[in-house]
Design a protein around this ligand. Structure first.
Ligand SMILES: Cc1cc2nc3c(=O)[nH]c(=O)nc-3n(C[C@H](O)[C@H](O)[C@H](O)COP(=O)(O)OP(=O)(O)OC[C@H]3O[C@@H](n4cnc5c(N)ncnc54)[C@H](O)[C@@H]3O)c2cc1C
Length: 635
């Protein structure tokens, strides 16, 4: 194939989806280059912007570095630059700092908040359409609440401590829910009575959350109201000022924080491409996601307008963005393979999930299952986690778990803080060293004296390995040489072996109880397959002893503690199942789990070794980190 360039503009949900799949599809095709251009070097997980704005997760929790997302995709070229226009004659995508030739281009530059020209929104209001806007809002709220706590004039104090969201779509409801979740932390930090901070959701329509099934919306409304959120329906905001807003009915409402989420429109730059635009500036496409003007220019995601199913266009949501990207990429693949590019857009919306803070949400799955509370939130997390797996990013899957479950502050997660309590790893150091010493004590008897596991005395107690079976088998039907060697082995193993158990027994004249006296059948089958004969058994008993010694030494030194803890758990479980472990030693399992908390970083070598390995392997696998912004820092 002659050299082909596919240029994807915008690394949002649509652009990332398309780039991942095209890169995979053309993996073996050296002539195809996929160039992904975005004005940032990261992908913003837009659907969780409110979590940053309300300080539930750290700022970088929703910012996924493109270089990490596309690590080792050799056919993907990343460009950090702002696209200004497309020269369709010369087939060039033009950016502020360069130009990129294309055979096919996919435009997915997203949307931005739409204030419909309402006076004062730009000057005094806040919107939530980008990472920067989420941070600006967070900083404003922190500032305004601090000022409110210090304000003595009751009217000014009220306005400063009143947070208002306009619009009850996904963004508005999730934002007000999340802000309410933040209330107690804000109050505590500023020594305020929490009830002084007020939350109001204003909606022009007579009902709220109109994108949801009515019963789900009612549940969400009841929850918000129960939490003290004031829901004002039939309320239009017509002007925004520094300390109040004007309402359509002529009244005013005091607030220094107006968050406008009452509409979206196509990103302003959509007007620069010479392509027909429809409602809210969205670019018109046909069912193949091709622009009206040029079949080689595809438009996907929030910025595209496909009017085939509804004269309002497809909903501007993630599922729509990915479905349109899929249509476009399949058509591009077909065209490049010389087939007609006639895959049609198929709307498939498998459900909606709306979070109202960290612990409550409502969800509608496939229009059939309606969930609320814990299970709705769990579903939302699962869908988010699935996103990373679908995009082949184990790294961000792990980061998501950390940010949403294990490293959240102030108990603001689904598990109400039970899985995120942070403690000083110093307290786990004695346990780590003790556990390491126990492994070494166990091994002390295995490496010295008559009972050493390194002598040719079989120590594994499994019946199929025992001398009677072995010598019989060896003698039967073997030639003279093998019979002789069989006899020798039998002679060696005939001496009664000491019982093979983990040596700590606390024995005072009585044998402690085994966890399992006899192996469960499934374990028997697996072990027999893995250790079929005495030769393997001798090898295994020596190898296991060496590994135990290494684990013991490493735990004492605090080296690779997580790995050693996990291996300790695994070994202990195997010993239990093999009928080789006393109940009195079962503490090793919870203790091994406990020391996996990074205890090697306190008075241990992990303090230096782990960061060194993370840095070295990170650089090797993902490349050198790139600046957040900047002109073409392409790899
Ligand atoms: C706060 C919030 C909550 C939401 N909640 C939900 C939800 O719960 N469920 C749901 O399904 N949807 C939700 N949405 C909507 C969802 O985020 C969008 O539908 C989705 O992001 C659209 O994807 P996209 O790829 O079209 O655009 P985006 O994800 O917005 O990506 C566009 C990309 O284009 C880049 N770009 C723009 N202009 C240029 C340029 N000129 N040059 C280079 N790059 C450019 C941007 O930097 C950005 O990376 C929410 C949106 C917001 C803002």
């Amino acid at each position: 194939m002659a050299e082909k360039n596919i240029v994807i503009v915008g690394a949002g949900f649509a652009g990332v989806y398309a780039t991942k799949r095209l890169a995979k599809h053309f993996k073996k095709d050296k002539d195809v280059t996929i160039t992904l251009i975005d004005r940032h070097s990261y992908f913003t997980y837009m659907t969780e912007l409110h979590e940053v704005a309300a300080d539930r997760v750290p700022e970088d929790a929703i910012q996924y570095d493109l270089q990490r997302l596309f690590a080792r995709r050799k056919n993907v070229k990343l460009v950090t630059d702002t696209v200004t226009t497309i020269d369709r004659e010369k087939k060039l995508v033009k950016t502020k700092h360069g130009a990129y030739p294309y055979d096919y281009v996919m435009l997915g530059i997203g949307s931005q908040p739409n204030d419909f020209g309402t006076p004062g929104v730009k000057e005094h209001g806040f919107v939530l359409g980008s990472w920067e806007e989420a941070i600006a809002l967070k900083k404003h709220i922190q500032d305004v609440v601090r000022r409110g706590a210090e304000e003595h004039d009751p009217d000014k104090r009220k306005a400063l401590l009143s947070l208002v969201v306009v619009g009850s779509g996904f963004t508005g409801t999730e934002t007000i829910g999340e802000l309410r979740d933040w209330r107690d932390v804000l109050a505590k930090e500023n020594k305020l009575d929490p009830s002084e901070i007020s939350f109001t959701l204003m909606e022009m329509a007579p009902t709220i959350m109109n994108m949801l099934d009515r019963s789900d919306a009612n549940k969400a409304e009841r929850y918000l109201t129960k939490k003290g959120v004031k829901v004002m329906k039939n309320t239009g905001v017509v002007g925004v000022h520094e300390d109040h807003v004007d309402l359509k009915d002529g009244s005013t409402f005091p607030t220094a924080t107006l968050i406008w989420t009452a509409g979206v429109k196509a990103t302003d730059q959509a007007a620069n491409f010479g392509l027909a635009q429809a409602r809210a500036g969205r670019i018109v496409v046909n069912s193949h996601m091709e622009s009206q003007e040029d079949p080689n220019v595809y438009v996907v995601g929030d910025v595209s307008f496909y009017g085939g199913n509804s004269d309002r266009g497809e909903p501007q949501i993630v599922q729509g963005a990915e479905a349109s990207a899929k249509t476009a990429l399949l058509n591009i693949e077909n065209k490049m393979a010389g087939k007609p590019g006639n895959v049609d857009y198929k709307a498939s919306y498998s459900g909606f999930m709306v979070s109202l803070g960290s612990r409550y949400g409502v969800a509608n799955l496939m229009g059939i299952f309606h969930l609320s509370g814990f299970f709705a939130m769990l579903m939302k997390h699962l869908v988010n986690m699935l996103y990373f797996l679908q995009n082949y990013s184990g790294y961000y899957f792990f980061q998501y778990l950390m940010h949403e479950f294990f490293r959240t502050r102030n108990d603001r997660n689904l598990m109400r803080g039970h899985v995120s309590r942070q403690g000083n790893v110093l307290w786990a150091v004695p346990s780590r060293i003790f556990l390491g010493l126990m492994w070494l004590v166990d091994c002390a008897g295995k490496v010295s004296g008559k009972e050493s596991w390194f002598l040719d005395k079989l120590r594994l107690p499994f019946d199929w390995l025992q001398p009677a079976t072995t010598s019989g088998a060896s003698a039967a039907g073997a030639d003279a040489t093998s019979a002789a060697s069989g006899a020798a082995t039998a002679a060696k193993t005939a001496a009664p072996a000491a019982k093979a158990v983990f040596s700590l027994s606390y024995q005072y004249g009585k044998e402690p109880m085994m966890v399992f006296d006899k192996m469960p059948n499934w374990m028997y089958t697996i072990t027999k397959a893995m250790i079929p004969n005495q030769d393997v058994a001798f090898f295994m008993q020596k190898t296991m002893t060496v590994i135990e010694i290494l684990i013991g030494l490493a735990l004492v030194a605090g080296l690779f503690t997580w790995l050693c803890g996990a291996t300790s758990v695994m070994f202990t479980a195997i010993f239990c199942l093999s009928g080789m472990f006393y109940w009195v030693n079962i503490w090793m399992i919870p203790m091994a789990i406990a020391v996996m908390n990074g205890s090697g970083r306190s008075f241990g070598l992990d303090k230096w070794v782990v960061p060194f390995l993370q840095k070295t392997f990170g650089k090797w696998w993902y490349g050198k980190p790139r600046a957040l912004y900047g002109s073409d820092a392409a790899k």
